[in-house]
Design a protein around this ligand. Structure first.
Ligand code: ADP
Ligand code: MG
Length: 315
C-alpha cells in the first residue's frame, strides 16, 4: 500500500473532537486550547524487541503505544485531548496497520483523544506518539513536590507486566492475565485528574517502583520508606511467583504504568475517595521522610534489597 493510501486509511478512522480546527491532511494540525488552561505535552517511543516482545499482536502494540503516553498525562493530573503518531514500518502492510489502529483507537475513544496528525516512514518497526492535554494553571502533579511526612501510594497492582516478561523468557507457563498487563496497560487517567487537587507529587511507574520513586525523592529533596510486603498484589502474580522473586518483580519490575503519588496523611479519606471516583484501587505503601534515597523493608521490619535495581530492556 502506498504511503498516501495508508495515511488516508488512518485519516478515515481517526475521528475528531470539535476543538480540532484542522486534523490529518494538511501540513500541520490546528487546535483550540481552552482559555485559561495550561497545555501539557508528552512523548514516548516503542521499539520492536525493546519495548514489546516480537510476537506482540499489532492491536496490542497500538494499544500500548497510546496507553503509555496517556499514562504520562495521567501522572501530571492532565485531561487528555489530542495525539500525533509517527510510524516507522518495514513495509506498508495494511492488515498490520488496521490491527494497530484497532488497539490504538480503542484507547483513543475511551479517553476522548483525537489523532490529529503524524508521520509515516519506512524503517525498523518503531512507534512514537505525542499526547496533549490540559491542566488548570499550577495544578500539574510534579515529581518535585513530595513533602516529608507524606504518605506514598500506588494505584492498581505491581509486577504483573514484568512477571509476564519473565514468563515469556522462561518459556514455561505463560499466564494470560499477566501477559494482558504487559500488552495492554491501563493508563490511570481518571485517577490522575482526581488527584490533581489532593496529591503532592506523582509519577507513573515505567521503570519499576523503586527507580521511579527515587526520581520523586531526588526531585523533591526527600527520602522514602517503603514496605515491600504491602505492595498491591494481583492473584495471578501471587500464584505464579513468590518470595524475593515476586518482591523484586513488584518493587523493581517495570512496565506497570500505575501511578505512584504522595499526599498528606490528613488527606487519606480524599485519596480513597479519588480512587473510588476513578474506580481504581489505591494502596498506601510507605511514607516520605527527611533525607534521601528509597529504603525498603519487609513486614517484619528487616531491610530488604531488590535482586536487581530496575527494569532492564530485554532484547
Ligand atoms: P508532509 O510531507 O507535509 O509532512 P505527510 O505526507 O507527512 O505531509 O503527512 C500528510 C498528512 O498526514 C499530515 O497532516 C500528517 O499529519 C498526516 N499523517 C502522516 N502520517 C500519519 C500517521 N502515521 N498518523 C496520523 N497522521 C499522519
Ligand atoms: Mg511529514
Amino acid at each position: 500500500m502506498p504511503e498516501f493510501d495508508l495515511i488516508e486509511r488512518i485519516r478515515q478512522r481517526a475521528g475528531a473532537r470539535d476543538d480540532v480546527v484542522l486534523g490529518i491532511g494538511d501540513d500541520a494540525a490546528v487546535l483550540c486550547v481552552p482559555a485559561g488552561r495550561q497545555l501539557v505535552v508528552a512523548m514516548d517511543t516503542l521499539n520492536a524487541g525493546v519495548h514489546f516482545p516480537h510476537d506482540t499482536a499489532a492491536a496490542d502494540i497500538g494499544w500500548k503505544a497510546l496507553a503509555v503516553n496517556l499514562s504520562d498525562l495521567a501522572a501530571m493530573g492532565a485531561e487528555p485531548a489530542w495525539c500525533t503518531l509517527s510510524l516507522s514500518l518495514a513495509q506498508a502492510d495494511d492488515a498490520w496497520v488496521d490491527g494497530f489502529l484497532d488497539g490504538f483507537l480503542t484507547v483513543a475513544h475511551a479517553h476522548r483523544v483525537s489523532l490529529v496528525g503524524g508521520d509515516t516512514t519506512r524503517g525498523p518497526l518503531s512507534i512514537s506518539v505525542t499526547v496533549h492535554g490540559f491542566v488548570d494553571p499550577g495544578r500539574a502533579l510534579r515529581r518535585d513536590a513530595a513533602l516529608a511526612g507524606d504518605d506514598v501510594w500506588v494505584s492498581g497492582t505491581l509486577g504483573d507486566a514484568a512477571a509476564a516478561l519473565r514468563q515469556w523468557h522462561g518459556g514455561g507457563v505463560r499466564d494470560a492475565f499477566l501477559r494482558g498487563r504487559l500488552d495492554r496497560p491501563t493508563p490511570r487517567v481518571a485517577l490522575g485528574q482526581a488527584l490533581a487537587s489532593v496529591a503532592h507529587a506523582c509519577i507513573d511507574i515505567s521503570d519499576g517502583l523503586l527507580a521511579d520513586l527515587a526520581h520523586v525523592c531526588r526531585g523533591s529533596g526527600v527520602g522514602a520508606q517503603v514496605s515491600v510486603d504491602e505492595l498491591p498484589l494481583a492473584p495471578a502474580l501471587r500464584a505464579a511467583f513468590d518470595g524475593d522473586a515476586r518482591r523484586t518483580l513488584q518493587a523493581a519490575g517495570g512496565d506497570d504504568y500505575e501511578l505512584c503519588f504522595t499526599a498528606a496523611p490528613d488527606l487519606r479519606g480524599e485519596v480513597e475517595r479519588a480512587g473510588l471516583d476513578a474506580a481504581t484501587p489505591v494502596t498506601r505503601i510507605g511514607r516520605i521522610v527527611e533525607g534521601e534515597g528509597v529504603q525498603t523493608a519487609t513486614a517484619d521490619g528487616q531491610a530488604w534489597h531488590a535482586e536487581h535495581a530496575g527494569y532492564q530492556h530485554f532484547a
